[in-house]
Design a protein around this ligand. Structure first.
Ligand code: FAD
Length: 385
């Protein structure tokens, strides 16, 4: 194959399929998306489907308030991300996305945890996030299923969930309806300048494109490396556990203020327990596998927050690679020194923000949004370096 496209998108996760959709729909562009494996087979299809808006506990505890203030502008992208999710079922004709926002509760069981939530929520409110401190009576009034030894917490009404098994495919179908071409099982293997365009090498032959969008998730650094760029992106194996289906028990997204926990119930009744506990890489295959040393403390936190979870049978735990950055901030926009190559990389919580940041990056790539637009400029590659 020697192909041609206006835009080549590398990566068929949520970011890549959403970028392809916006390029094709909003720009009427000729788009070719390359996915090395199957669509949605990496982080986007293996995550726990939470919409996060509150600052996560673990980096707040480990990296402190200075970190939280540098991270805080990211909350605006997450808030906009959740608002964007609300539009998607109708826009993509996809009721199966199971988008729901009944609010998130961060639950404290010790006075020190409540004090931490007070400090953290002040930073969140300063960014415009609606987040309320609750005393014990208010908390248990909203969520009587929580442990009676909860002493208070925070409530963020916009948090919620969607179905990660469906979202990427809904974008992919919509992108194809608008003329995008999607090549599965076709890896990009290199990028080189070709006159005023780029030559993207692929397993099926080269493709000449005016512009390229790097949506390779945890492999975004590899793709940027082909251009001689060193991006501060990371890849971490983490794990999630799902229980049997039960009658409605937990309407909210529940977190622990003590450590890593996210807990929610799907529309089908399964309880999903995650929070970013580390998995392992198998020594022979190099693939992510569940780590029992993480499973037990994760389940213990879940039961401590919601005691009824102790009665449920675990059906499955799985591990997958999450795209990360040390400072948890996304990297979005034009890659320096490689005119016409763009990056859409949202770490750790890229399910929440993915659909929104994909639209921002697509608009930049189409030349419809300025790169110094305040919504995105602060997240440009190297912006804080
Ligand atoms: C276990 C787990 C739980 C999580 N829970 C949540 C959560 O509850 N809420 C939340 O907001 N976020 C969560 N996340 C994070 C979120 O899933 C990711 O940030 C997001 O899905 C990243 O999307 P992406 O499209 O950038 O990357 P990915 O989904 O990883 O997609 C990248 C794609 O690029 C492809 N690719 C890479 N290199 C090439 C190449 N050279 N050529 C062609 N294709 C290539 C890959 O095969 C892959 O399909 C979780 C992640 C994990 C792993």
């Amino acid at each position: 194959m020697r192909g041609h496209a206006d835009f080549v998108v590398i990566g068929g996760g949520l970011a890549g399929c959403a970028v392809a959709y916006h390029l094709a729909r909003d720009g009427g562009a000729d788009v070719l998306l390359l996915e090395q494996g199957e669509l949605n087979a990496a982080a986007s299809g293996n995550n726990s489907g939470s919409f996060h808006a509150q600052i996560p506990v673990e980096p707040f505890l480990n990296q402190g308030e200075g970190w939280a203030r540098r991270f805080a502008p990211t909350l605006r992208l997450m808030m906009a991300g959740i608002a964007r999710w609300m539009e998607l079922p109708a826009e993509l004709d996809a009721p199966e996305l199971e988008v729901s926002a009944k609010g998130g509760l961060m639950v404290a069981r010790r006075p020190g945890e409540l004090a931490m939530l007070r400090r953290k929520s002040a930073i969140e409110r300063a960014e415009g996030l609606e987040v309320r401190l609750l005393d014990r009576a208010e908390l248990l009034g909203i969520a009587p299923y929580l442990s009676p030894d909860s002493i208070g917490g925070t409530f963020c009404p916009i948090e919620g969930k969607a179905n990660p098994l469906m979202a990427t495919f809904a974008f992919a179908r919509a992108a194809e309806r608008h003329g995008a071409r999607i090549l599965r099982r076709t890896a990009a293997t290199g990028i080189a300048r070709d006159g005023d365009a780029w030559l993207v090498r692929t397993e099926a032959g080269p493709v000449r494109a005016r512009r390229v969008v790097n949506c390779a998730g945890a492999a975004a650094g590899v793709v940027a490396g082909w251009l001689g760029l060193d991006l501060p992106v990371e890849a971490h194996p983490i794990q999630v556990t799902v229980t049997e289906r039960v009658a409605p028990l937990v309407p909210h997204l529940v977190y622990s203020a003590a450590d890593r926990l996210s807990l929610k119930q799907t529309a089908q009744g399964s309880v999903i327990i995650g929070g970013g506990w580390p998995a392992r890489l198998h020594p022979l295959t190099g693939l992510p596998v569940v780590d029992a040393d993480s499973l037990l403390p994760n389940l213990r936190l879940a039961i401590a927050a919601v005691p009824a979870v102790a009665r449920l049978r675990v059906v499955r735990s799985w591990a997958a690679i999450v795209n990360g950055t040390q400072d948890w901030r996304p990297i979005l926009g034009a890659l320096p020194g490689a005119e016409g190559v763009f990056l859409c990389f949202f770490p750790w919580m890229g399910f929440t923000a993915g659909p929104h940041v994909a639209r921002l990056v697509a608009e930049c790539a189409l030349g419809r949004r300025r790169l110094d637009d305040p919504e995105i400029a602060g997240f440009a590659p190297g912006a804080l370096a």
